[in-house]
Ligand binder design. Structure first.
Ligand SMILES: [Zn+2]
Length: 435
């Protein structure tokens, strides 16, 4: 089976993750992966907090035991679907019109399939990697990893012995851009960092009262004011080396000379990047926004308690600054705490590992432009960072020759071009064999 056909097969396991442990689980898919690997002569293990939430782990021994090991991780769960929004069945694993269709086609059963295809190809040709490669098909990424990556890091750290770096979700996929002179530029950003995730709960309390005689500074009024200060705060520009490298590399490839010493210059350069500018725009500063508010029972009663949840994303190197800023914005008289605090992560660049990923891409696409990129959100890489593992986002996909694009991530009609998956698998195999 090709990588694309494997991806379609994996989609037929409904591994929807409803969060808070309310999931059918990844067990059937994990068992299928174990069977496929065992038939190829590997010795995978099922690991996890319960049989239903099983992950699959496998260490492929390298030929040079002096080299540090690496980890390849890809999650097996998917976000739930709203079937009425789809024009194809979400779990049929259909291949048509040049696409693999279904939940997980982009996020991220494509990478699970490419990794599995590489292992099966190695088994057929008797190939071994240079260094030990730990392969992890991991459960529960979509609701935070408590039953997956975090559990493994806390309970089975010995599985990652000797691992110095990892590749995982997001990055290495081709975006086609058009230069000012009409040339097509194919850009494959590799993630070398992720913003941190800070989730805050704010609580205000005060005297309840009659709404016809509102007393100033009641709990809900103060909470609304604090959330408004957070939502409207203008966070300063913080151009990290990664984001600078991303903007400079692409803008130059498009034939421009970026001027990044002023905010206006940065914004102008991001504008020139077209579709590649979106991720840059999300990673030049911290962001914070209120997402949940709870207060009150009925319209004529001023509540004595009010609560809000705030989602904050901070760049590598800015976490302490962001927390101090938030403290000031929240102000006195409102209690607050972190309900989740995952620090930003970054991996070395330049580095021999980054170079090996870039070389594998260039071996298949000599004109490729390969910048580093910082991800706006988060992945399991944060969990593995706790073990000192540097995480890169590298799940390569090549450009479809007829211009099809992956689509529908976390939405409807999720799909990835067949050619992109099969091309991506060749890059991945090249990288994992040579690194
Ligand atoms: Zn994902």
């Amino acid at each position: 089976m090709s990588a694309a056909e494997l991806c379609a097969r994996l989609i037929r396991f409904d591994t929807s993750n409803y969060g808070e442990g309310r999931s059918a689980g990844e067990a059937d898919l994990a068992a299928w992966l174990v069977g496929a690997l065992e038939r190829a002569g590997y010795a995978p293990q099922l690991v996890g907090p319960s049989p239903a939430r099983a992950s699959v782990v496998l260490r492929v021994p390298g030929t040079d035991p002096t080299l540090p090991a690496m980890l390849v991780h890809a999650h097996t769960d998917v976000v739930p679907v709203e079937p009425s929004q789809w024009t194809v069945p979400a779990f049929a694993g259909r291949i048509s019109d040049g696409y693999v269709w279904g939940r997980g086609a982009t996020d991220m059963k494509d990478m699970v399939a490419m990794t599995l295809a590489t292992l099966l190809s190695w088994a057929k040709t008797g190939t071994r990697p240079r260094r030990d490669i730990v392969v992890l098909f991991v459960a529960d990424e979509e609701s935070g990893g408590e039953h997956g990556a975090l559990w493994l890091v806390r309970n089975r750290p010995e599985l990652f012995a000797g691992v110095q770096f990892a590749i995982g979700e997001s990055g290495g996929d081709a975006t086609e851009l058009v230069a000012a002179d009409g040339r097509t530029v194919r850009c494959y950003p590799i993630a070398t960092g992720e913003r941190g995730t800070l989730h805050l709960r704010l609580r205000a309390s005060g005297d309840p009262g009659h709404a016809s005689r509102p007393h100033p500074g009641h709990a809900l009024e103060r909470l609304i004011a604090a959330c408004h200060r957070i939502n409207t705060h203008e966070w300063p520009l913080r151009l990290t080396d990664t984001v600078r490298g991303y903007i400079e590399t692409i803008d130059r490839a498009l034939g421009n000379e970026p001027e990044l010493d002023t905010e206006a210059g940065v914004l102008a350069a991001i504008d020139r990047l077209g579709p590649a500018g979106e991720v840059a725009a999300a990673t030049i500063r911290c962001t914070a926004t209120t997402t949940v508010m709870n207060a009150g029972m009925t319209v004529n009663v001023i509540p004595g308690n009010a609560e809000a949840l705030v989602d904050v994303r901070c760049l590598p190197g800015t976490e302490d600054e962001a927390v101090e800023t938030l403290r000031g914005l929240i102000g006195d008289g409102i209690a607050w705490e972190f309900v989740d605090r995952q620090s930003p992560v970054s991996a070395p660049h330049p580095s021999p590992w980054f170079d090996a990923m870039r070389d594998a891409i260039i071996a298949h696409d000599p004109d490729a432009v390969v910048p580093p990129v910082c991800m706006g959100g988060g992945t399991d890489a944060k969990a593995f960072a706790a073990l000192g593992i540097a995480g890169y986002g590298f799940a390569p996909l090549t450009a479809d020759p007829e211009g099809r694009r992956p689509a529908g991530t976390h939405g409807a009609d999720e799909r990835t071009p067949v050619a992109s998956i099969d091309g991506g698998q060749r890059i991945l195999e090249e990288f994992l064999t040579r690194v």
